[in-house]
Ligand binder design. Structure first.
Ligand code: DON
Length: 305
């Protein structure tokens, strides 16, 4: 398996020159566009790694999976989906224009920024407690105690996140979030800045693939029903307005982050973490996509085949 991972990294590394590191959050601009890492964890808890698998990066939008899980655990499926939809979008992940249409009651889905700000607001806890609960939940999922957020990236987004601020105030005006808008944004920026590596992503992936159980600890952290909500949402919305083409070419429920991570879930089989900070125009890792496409073919991982 590790030979295969390294072969796929070698085969696809030329692509990094066609992508671009995100710099709308200035601190993300420091990443090396040539980095590529992969980790696969199987259902027995065995891991296989390749390339820069232990490079640290911020989780960014992949945290939207965690806040959705926690919001459902805290408030229940019905309450959550009253305030955020389940439908894919054709707009970019940071778009707010639909939210301002009077017939559009709520964000289309929890994988875009507007939807995720809603799910973050639904996590139980006052102020900082929401974030502490999210971090604690993640630590339990990946069995790692020294997980934390990257202050530089957090402050960088907090300072420059004008569009997310506009989205959050619009959500407040529409009655979709309760409480202090700046406090909710603060939790959202912190959750996006949590530092992970490919192994951490693979562990979150296998937790979902294994119906919400870490294969090593076997501790049940939430109802397996949650996996059956997260997996279809990842499939239809996880790669933003590229989710359809991705489903055809890769066929693995996935979620990307703008720092270059992709978390992929092969139900009942694998959790996969890929890192490559050079992004395509949709905000997805350019090399991460191609590696997952190749992996899917080589190991027959598409859920549609
Ligand atoms: O809110 C933002 O714009 C970032 N913190 C996260 C966006 C993101 O990761 C989208 N990914 N492809």
């Amino acid at each position: 398996m590790e030979r295969l991972l390294n072969k796929l990294i070698e085969r696809n590394k030329y692509l990094t020159k066609y992508g671009k590191v995100a710099d709308y959050i200035p601190a993300l601009g420091n990443a090396n566009p040539q980095d590529i890492g992969v980790c696969i964890m199987d259902i027995d808890g065995d891991i296989y790694t390749g390339g820069d698998y232990n490079k640290k990066f911020t989780i960014q939008s992949i945290s939207k999976i965690i806040s959705l899980m926690l919001a459902i655990m805290d408030k229940g499926e019905e309450e959550v989906f009253k305030k955020v939809g389940m439908e894919p979008t054709v707009e970019p992940f940071s778009s707010l224009y639909k939210l301002d249409l009077s017939h559009c009651e709520k964000p289309s889905n929890p994988m875009i920024n507007s939807g995720a700000i809603v799910t973050t607001s639904l996590i139980e806890g006052k102020g900082e407690e929401k974030f502490n609960r999210l971090l604690k939940f993640m630590k339990k999922i990946i069995l790692k105690d020294n997980l934390n957020y990257n202050k530089e990236v957090y402050l960088s987004e907090k300072e420059t996140g004008y569009k997310n601020r506009a989205i959050a105030y619009l959500l407040k005006q529409k009655g979709l979030i309760e409480g202090n808008v700046e406090n909710i944004l603060d939790i959202y920026f912190k959750q996006c800045s949590i530092e992970v590596d490919c192994i951490d992503l693979a562990k979150i992936g296998i937790f979902i693939a294994n119906k919400c159980k870490n294969p090593k600890s076997k501790e049940v952290l939430c109802d397996e029903k949650i996996a059956s909500i997260i997996i279809p949402i990842m499939t239809t919305c996880g790669m933003y307005n590229f989710s359809g083409e991705y489903a055809i070419n890769v066929g693995i429920p996935s979620k990307s982050g703008v720092a270059g991570g992709i978390l992929a879930v092969v139900p009942g089989r694998y959790g996969i973490g890929v890192y490559g900070p050079a992004l395509d125009g949709y905000g997805n890792s350019i090399v991460g996509y191609e590696i997952l496409k190749d992996l899917s073919k080589e190991l027959n991982l598409s859920i549609f085949k």
